[in-house]
Each structure stands twice: as structure tokens, then as C-alpha cells.
Write a protein of this length. Structure first.
Length: 212
């Protein structure tokens, strides 16, 4: 499975996915990494691994359509079959990838999700609300923020002494488990979307079936 990764930050989720691929746990290959910031640390992580790394700075492309034109040119050029949004903080238009875009969100969707809820803002809101539980979600993305069918979720306890940094670190640990697992299930053709729900098949589909 040829995966294109879009990110905006340091790329720790990218590194984790690549390590799981290297270990033979995920039948996939990251074929391009695209960042919305030239300073994104994920670009250097990709270069160290010999993965094509491309910056498409959002600030230089204020028009959302033009920005996405550039993103899709790079994805198509590298033959991406699946797109993984791993901390991508700019709008991505699905276009020719319906059902082939995964997004990770640092909360239990539908709580603390949607426009304006990203990064540390999510954890600040969770703590301000006095929640006892937060977590991470991987879902199929569509053209609305945090709206697509949920693939995997993992709950994370919110501790009495948590601050944004400590809660974020615990949620990121969950994300590092969920993202490779979601990519693996997709690559094995084990994800079936039924309306708003995703059914996970117990056994991998035959290679001839491909992803669903």
C-alpha cells in the first residue's frame, strides 16, 4: 500500500509509522511526505529515510483550491493510494481520494472536534471542561472537519495533576498505537464502511480483493 503522509509538525507519528513498517507489522510504504510548513520537522525525518519530502507552505497559497492543487499534484506524482493526515493543520480537499484518507484526532470524536479544535487547543478544552477521560481517534476523512466514519478509538484517562503537556503526551502514545493499526487494517482490506460505521473484518481479505 503506497501511503502519502501530510503533516505540519515534527513528524513523530510519521516516524512511528515508518518504524512499524520497517518491523514488518504494516504492509505499506510511505512514498511521499508533504508538509504545510517549510520548517516542519517531519520533512527532515522523511529525508533521513530517503522518502521524498515536499513543502507546500500554506502561507504562500492563501487560496484553498490552489493549495490543494499543489498537494494533489504531489500525491498523484508519487502514486499515493492512501493519504494519512498526521497532524496536518491545513484544509485538505478529498477530491479523487474518497474513502482513502485517514485522519488522526487527539480526542474521542465527536467530543472536542470540528473547526477550531486542533493541537493543544483540544487538550486545553478537555482540561477546562473537567473531563475524566479523553483519547485519540483515527477516522476516514471527508471534506468536513473531523466528520468521517470512525475506524479506531482509544480512551486515555485524564489525571488530577495533568496539564496540557502531560495529557498531550499520553494521547500521543495512543495515537502511535492507532495509526499503524488503521493503516494495516486498510492495507489488508479489512475495513468496510456501512453508513456512518466502519466494520472491521476478522480476517484479511484475499490479495485480489484489495482495500475496501
Amino acid at each position: 500500500m503506497r501511503v502519502g503522509v501530510l503533516l505540519s509538525g515534527e513528524g513523530t507519528s510519521l516516524e512511528n509509522l515508518c518504524e512499524r513498517i520497517d518491523a514488518g507489522e504494516v504492509p505499506a510504504e510511505v512514498v511521499v511526505v508533504i508538509a504545510s510548513k517549510e520548517s516542519a520537522g517531519g520533512l527532515e525525518r522523511a529525508r533521513r529515510r530517503g522518502i521524498p519530502a515536499v513543502a507546500v507552505p500554506r502561507k504562500r497559497h492563501p487560496d484553498v483550491g490552489e493549495f490543494n492543487d499543489r498537494l494533489h499534484v504531489e500525491l498523484e506524482k508519487h502514486g499515493a493510494e492512501l493519504v494519512a493526515l498526521l497532524g496536518f493543520l491545513s484544509p485538505f480537499q478529498i477530491r479523487g481520494y474518497p474513502g482513502r484518507v485517514l485522519n488522526v484526532h487527539p480526542a474521542l470524536i465527536p467530543a472536542f472536534s470540528g473547526r477550531g479544535f486542533y493541537g493543544s487547543r483540544v487538550h486545553e478544552a478537555v482540561l477546562a471542561q473537567g473531563c475524566r477521560v479523553s483519547g485519540a481517534t483515527v477516522h476516514f476523512a471527508d471534506d468536513e472537519y473531523d466528520n468521517g466514519p470512525i475506524i479506531l478509538q482509544e480512551a486515555v484517562p485524564v489525571r488530577e495533576d495533568d496539564d496540557v503537556a502531560s495529557l498531550a503526551a499520553r494521547v500521543q502514545e495512543a495515537e502511535r498505537r492507532l495509526v499503524p493499526e488503521a493503516v494495516r487494517l486498510y492495507a489488508e482490506g479489512r475495513l468496510v464502511v456501512e453508513g456512518r460505521r466502519v466494520r472491521i473484518l476478522e480476517r484479511p481479505a484475499s490479495p485480489a480483493d484489495g482495500p475496501r
